[in-house]
Design a protein around this ligand. Structure first.
Ligand code: H2B
Length: 94
């Protein structure tokens, strides 16, 4: 079963616990800059492990040393606690 969608108030409160994420449409997004391409790819592989463990997968875009992430819960059609749980893991890894 899909997780519950969060209310606007719950989303605002959850954002306070995160670093550099913004709400865009039905997702939260963060852009990270690394020293070079390999550092960016290394980061992606580290967060991929969390994504698999949590069965929750970010949209990932990489251009050289920049990694752009978007989290949303497709099953629920918007933001759920799962997105914020994964975002917190990503922040710790960043
Ligand atoms: C069946 C399985 O639980 C799902 O399809 C999962 C896998 N990873 C997922 N990742 C994300 N970001 N959203 C989802 O709704 C989602 N659903």
């Amino acid at each position: 079963m899909a997780a519950d969608l969060l209310s606007v108030e719950e989303i605002d409160e959850a954002l306070l616990t995160l670093d550099g994420w913004e709400v865009v449409d039905d997702s939260i997004r963060r852009e990270l800059e690394f020293d070079d391409f390999m550092e960016a790819i290394d980061f992606i592989t580290r967060i991929a492990v969390y994504a698999e463990e949590m069965d929750h997968h970010p949209e990932i875009r990489n251009v050289y040393n920049i990694v752009s992430l978007a989290l949303t819960t497709h099953d629920a059609g918007g933001l759920t606690q799962k997105d914020f749980d994964l975002a917190l893991k990503i922040d710790i890894e960043a």
